[in-house]
Ligand binder design. Structure first.
Ligand SMILES: Cc1cc2nc3c(=O)[nH]c(=O)nc-3n(C[C@H](O)[C@H](O)[C@H](O)COP(=O)(O)O)c2cc1C
Ligand code: SF4
Length: 418
């Protein structure tokens, strides 16, 4: 597939300037009314790229139709997921595409304010957006840049709104959801940066153009962050590309036997064995139907020299540490599960810890104000299925079957376009 988001100058050239962007793509139509834009975005079938895969056009229509004052747009570039770097790469290389999408969305929903929320650790992305805003002197509505705290939950939509309102990036109780009452109490469109960049292209080239690629039921292309391969980095793929094909291109092996498993969707996602995963399409809808997750496009391969139990324990420890410490079940439940999981991983578990973490995980789901605990235990439960025999060995023999294992790579920034 020809690149779409990353069409244009090579990544090595750095951020695309406004002059180059406008010469290559022309200016995105401004001032378009909702009636003109929203049906095209709806017809494109574009799904949100922040993790939940919600239809973008439907969200725009819903925000545009809310009472309660002029809406606001919150551009979500927090990217707290440790295994993802596609959002910061996009903001760094194609800042004007992201701004085009934000302006288009603001016009479509009738917003009079834009908040751009970029992970505070992603300095290059932030600098690039800041420079791009200086270049865009024609923007007539207020646009403010916010540095999202470097935590996992800071990118959750109610946490992002709370940060803009009160400098506190902890999720708030919903309802009301941000689309009903968000920034300054007004209806707020929270949209991931990749979703907005795609919308900016659809506004130029049309919904049929967008649907012109895609190999499965979901149309279009998507950015993915690949790790655990020989050529790690951010890639643009046709939605529906089989994982095995991506593995081959990225140098993770042609044969499923070359890898042990794949973590899809990130720390919030789920494991699949390489044997099953190689044939699965990278498609948010089909992966959900198959009991897995596309999430924010993380594809992390696990080699045979690594232990799935230890990889999972490290993720659970990280996720327990990232609880926003507001809801008892999340604060205490996740920590208890993470500690028991760590015991299993390092050979100090009590006799029934394996059964216990499974039971606790099932009890924890749905008990927090946000989906943080659900995502964490979903990942753990998928690990119990995929690495079942390894978990048994850790429980019964208190050892790891993989000599000289190396643990799973936790926070590694892979910003390069592969
Ligand atoms: C714990 C948690 C963390 C999240 N982090 C992010 C994030 O860093 N970036 C993002 O775009 N969406 C994140 N989301 C999803 C947002 O809540 C929201 O669904 C998304 O920004 C909407 O944009 P989209 O429809 O374009 O995907 C997170 C969700 C949860 C539950
Ligand atoms: S569920 Fe956890 S992360 Fe979410 S709001 Fe409650 S304490 Fe915070």
């Amino acid at each position: 597939m020809e690149p779409r988001i990353f069409a244009g100058p090579p990544a090595a050239g750095g951020p695309e300037s406004l002059a180059d962007h406008a010469a290559r793509l022309g200016l995105v139509p401004r001032g378009s009314a909702a009636e003109a834009t929203i049906p095209v975005i709806e017809a494109s079938g574009l799904l949100g790229r922040g993790g939940a895969g919600f239809p973008v056009g439907r969200k725009w229509r819903s925000v545009a139709g809310q009472a309660g004052g002029a809406p606001a747009v919150l551009v979500n570039g927090a990217e707290g997921e440790p295994l993802s770097s596609k959002d910061r790469t996009l903001m760094r290389l194609r800042p004007h595409l992201v701004l085009d999408g934000a302006l288009l969305a603001a016009d479509a929903v009738g917003a009079d304010r834009i908040a751009i929320y970029v992970g505070s650790a992603h300095r290059d992305a932030r600098d690039s957006i800041e420079r791009a805003l200086v270049e865009r002197r024609d923007i007539r509505l207020p646009v403010q840049l916010f540095a999202a705290p470097a935590t996992y939950v800071a990118g959750e939509e109610s946490a992002a709104v709370h940060f803009v309102n009160a400098a506190d990036a902890r999720p708030t109780v919903t309802p009301p959801r941000p689309y009903e009452r968000g920034i300054d109490g007004r209806p707020t469109l929270v949209q991931n940066v990749e979703s907005l960049a795609n919308a900016a292209l659809i506004a130029r080239f049309g919904d049929a153009w967008y649907r012109g690629v895609g190999r499965s039921s979901t149309p279009g292309s998507a950015l993915v962050t690949v790790s655990g391969s020989d050529r790690d980095g951010v890639r643009e793929i046709e939605i529906g590309t089989p994982i095995g094909e991506l593995a081959e291109v990225a140098g993770a092996g042609r044969d499923p036997r070359d890898r042990q498993a794949v973590l899809l969707g990130g720390y919030f996602g789920g494991w699949v064995s390489a044997e099953r995963g190689w044939g699965l399409p990278l498609d948010p809808v089909e992966l959900r139907d198959a009991g897995s997750a596309f999430g924010a496009g993380v594809v992390a391969f696990l080699g045979h020299d690594r232990c799935g139990v230890r990889a999972t324990a490290r993720i659970m420890d990280y996720m327990a540490g990232q609880s926003a410490a507001q809801c008892g079940p999340c604060v205490f439940g996740l920590r208890a599960i993470a500690d028991a999981t760590a015991g299993l991983a390092n050979g100090t578990a009590a006799r029934d810890d394996l059964a216990r973490i499974e039971r606790w995980s099932q009890q924890l789901a749905g008990r927090g104000a946000c989906r943080h605990p659900d995502g964490a235990v979903g990942q753990l439960l998928s690990s119990l299925r995929v690495f079942g025999s390894e978990w048994e060995i850790h429980q019964r023999r208190r050892t790891c079957s993989r000599e000289g294992f190396r643990s799973f790579a936790v926070p590694v920034v892979r910003e390069k376009v592969a």
